[in-house]
Design a protein around this ligand. Structure first.
Ligand code: SF4
Length: 740
């Protein structure tokens, strides 16, 4: 029996662990953590062992499906693309390009080929109706960083391996494995902070596993983190502890921030957040006193009505304590494929607005919470067609019931997706990508969020079936149809044209290390790999560590990464200011007018707040990431994961026993769900995980349909958003709970 070992980066979450896969006769056997991976050093979580199961999943689609007479039937690739062309052309001719909406799900960020193909596809579609998972959970951070640092992708990450004090808010990396901060083995890294005498403090309405292992857990009323952060900032100013040190020379607006947070006294903040005033003071003092310290906020802070404020105030604290851009603080990653400096420009949102609610775009996207409005409301620009790429918005986007009701009425729905799920069951055409093991992998997105500078490239572990296109080819072919070239256009010629355009851009860019070189020379040097890999190689070789196609011998190229199957560790992050800034001023703009103004809204809420009633928060579990992981038996085995957690005192008051069934209702809808009575949640909080609600008619996910759970997004109210980012509000939703 032929056996071999392959190494690859796990693409299932942001931690980017190295995996060692045993392969026997073309089948995946045991999967372990790669001990020689310099970043993850053998760490693996339960999801990482399931790549073989995901590949072998009988429900994973291998051929395109066409919807005919209410049922999906297999079709050839040519027939599937011809159907897309026929329907798309009709929609665009009748209603224009904005009638076609695109929704890109979170797995696109784990797929460099999709990231590279999306740009030409969106250009060809020419629609303003672009949506993604970013406005479900992370747009606040992008907007805050865009306003403060000039670049929405310049996100400082906690220097976990060198910090002395880590303040985590709304983050549970022991189960999520981290987000907007890429680090394998959060458990080990957090334990190491404490071992070297540092402290970890977790602010969360729930005593999460991360909070259990921290030095201090600070329960907080959901949705109020921004006020706590403002209170800490206010204390730093009031007690003379605001000490940005050398940062002062490159930061504008510190004084304005001091004035803006003046009203956030510990007493007022305490009433609003439920955090004792003394703790607000001591958190500020501890942050200031620690040799190095870093504040880090994640999904629980972003998915609130003050998400962008919270994202901004985290970095305000890091600046005020002198911890931005220094070892042990919050540092800017610099992936190998990135240029030395970003282009300076004015970041702004609202370059266009959504048709129905007038909501501003951010990073070229509209809030996904308003997608149902755009589908339902008649008029010029009404969405008539939807292309989803690796996304399941019917489960994961707000106002799920309404979206699910509207999708069947679309004139065209195309899904690039491996499953027939709650969303894709409505698609006229489903185009399945190859399995995760049949594509090459490089973390274009997550090396830009990594707490060390690392680079890994993984070639495909298994061969694609002959005649099956890569995901890059699928998207390029869709771009060709959208661009009027037709379903019969040669995808390899189209992909080559995309590459040529990128090469020309690079040689014409004065900041590129290959400026002035001949495009033909560069194209020849890139060889004959699949086009997406050549595009990646171009980025790597023109990046700040690149070989510049021969002028920097020993520099990074795809070929170099291939010679290092466990990856290359370039070391800890180095200070990057002011080079990482893209602001027009060349400074950190700590007091953008939009954020200062929004702080007034928060202060107003501080004064007007009426505390009481139950509120909803979300929950992440170690064994799940995206909704499709619920179709892997080992990841859904055991106790029912989709339960509503409620505090014993609330349960007693409501007459609910552990294991009882309750109806949880909000302004948007209601669900009926089993209850777990537990004091891990604070009083007044109901906690339900996301991504469930399987087993709908027309879906084909046998395992998930036996573990249905309920769709928590039935409860999210799409009318309430974080106004600066358009992000959905998933935490702090008022709910009622009653025995079912
Ligand atoms: S922590 Fe994330 S990257 Fe690591 S094995 Fe688990 S799912 Fe994969």
């Amino acid at each position: 029996m032929e056996t071999r070992v392959a190494f690859r980066t796990c693409p299932l979450c942001e931690a980017t662990c190295g995996l060692e896969l045993e392969l026997e006769e073309g089948r995946v056997g045991r999967i372990r953590g790669d001990e020689e991976d310099p970043f993850s050093r053998g760490f693996i979580c339960p999801k990482g062992t399931t790549l073989g199961a995901l590949h072998d999943d009988a429900d994973r689609l291998r051929r395109p499906l066409l919807r005919r007479g209410g049922a999906h039937r297999e079709a050839s690739w040519d027939d599937a693309f011809a159907e897309v062309e026929r329907r798309l052309t009709a929609v665009v001719e009748a209603a224009g390009q904005d009638a076609v909406a695109v929704y890109a799900g979170n797995p696109n960020a784990h797929n460099f080929a999709n990231t590279l193909a999306l740009r030409p596809l969106l250009k060809a579609l020419g629609t303003k109706n672009v949506y993604s998972a970013s406005t479900v959970d992370q747009m606040p951070k992008h907007v805050a960083c865009g306003l403060v640092f000039g670049d929405p992708l310049a996100i400082p990450v906690p220097d976990l391996d060198r910090t002395d004090f880590l303040l985590l808010l709304g983050a549970n990396p022991l189960e999520s494995n981290g987000s907007l901060a890429t680090a394998p083995d959060w458990p080990g890294r957090l334990a190491a902070i404490r071992r070297r005498g540092g402290r970890v403090v977790v602010v969360d309405p729930r005593r999460t596993p991360t909070a259990e292992r921290a030095d201090l857990h600070v329960p907080i009323r959901p949705g109020t983190d921004a006020a706590l952060l403002a209170g800490i900032a206010r204390t730093l100013f009031a007690e003379g502890l605001a000490a940005p040190g050398p940062l002062a020379a490159i930061v504008s607006g510190i004084g304005l921030v001091g004035e803006a947070v003046a009203g956030f006294t510990p007493a007022r903040v305490s009433t609003f957040t439920g955090v004792p005033a003394g703790l607000v003071l001591s958190l500020a003092r501890d942050l200031a006193a620690a040799p190095t310290a870093v504040a880090y906020g994640r999904i629980g802070t972003h998915t609130t009505a003050y998400g962008t404020l919270a994202a901004w105030l985290v970095d305000v604290l890091n600046v005020l304590t002198g911890n931005l851009d220094r070892p042990g603080g919050a540092m800017f990653p610099h992936p190998a494929h990135a240029r030395p400096r970003p282009v300076r420009r004015a970041f702004r949102t609202g370059r266009w607005h959504s048709r129905v609610r007038g909501l501003p775009e951010a990073m070229g996207e509209l809030p996904v919470a308003t997608l149902p409005d755009e589908i339902e409301t008649p008029g010029q620009g009404q969405v008539k067609a939807l292309l989803t790429i690796a996304g399941n918005p019917a489960l994961t986007a707000p106002d799920a019931v309404r979206l699910g009701r509207l999708l069947p009425g679309l004139e065209l729905m195309v899904a690039v997706d491996p499953y027939l799920n709650a969303t894709t069951r409505h698609a006229h055409v489903i185009l399945p990508p190859p399995s995760l093991l049949e594509k090459s992998h490089y973390d274009l997105a997550f090396t830009a969020l990594s707490v060390r500078e690392v680079a890994h490239f993984s070639p495909p572990v298994l061969e694609r079936e002959p005649g099956t296109p890569s995901e890059f080819e699928i998207l390029v072919r869709l771009a060709a149809i959208a661009g009027g070239l037709g379903a019969g256009a040669d995808p390899s010629a189209l992909a080559a044209a995309t590459l040529e355009a990128r090469i020309v851009e690079a040689v014409e860019d004065p900041s590129s290390p290959i400026h002035g070189r001949q495009p033909g020379e560069i194209a020849a040097a890139l060889g004959t790999r699949p086009v997406e890999e050549r595009l990646l190689d171009l980025l790597l070789r023109t990046g700040h560590r690149g070989d510049a196609f021969g002028t920097r011998p020993g520099g990074v190229s795809l070929e170099l990464l291939e010679r290092h199957p466990h990856g290359i560790d370039f070391g800890p992050l180095a200070p990057r200011l002011p080079d990482a800034l893209a602001t027009e001023s060349g400074k950190v703009e700590l007091a953008p007018p939009a954020l200062i103004a929004d702080l007034g809204r928060l202060e107003h809420a501080l004064a007007a707040t009426a505390v009481g009633g139950l509120v909803l928060v979300g929950r992440r579990a170690l064994r799940t990431a995206n909704s499709w992981t619920h179709n892997v038996p080992v990841l859904v085995a055991g106790r029912d994961a989709c339960v509503a957690q409620i505090h014993p005192e609330d349960a007693a008051r409501l007459g609910l026993a552990d294991g009882a069934t309750a109806t949880v209702g909000s302004a948007a809808g209601s669900v009926t769900i089993p209850v777990e009575v537990t004091d891990v949640v604070m009083r007044g909080v109901v906690c339900i995980p996301y991504g469930w609600g399987h087993g709908l008619p027309g879906t084909r996910q046998a395992v998930a349909s036996r573990h249905r759970g309920v769709n928590v997004n039935v409860l999210t109210d799409a009318s309430v958003l974080d106004p600066l980012s358009g992000n959905a509000v998933l935490n702090g939703i008022p709910v009622t709970v009653a025995p079912a």
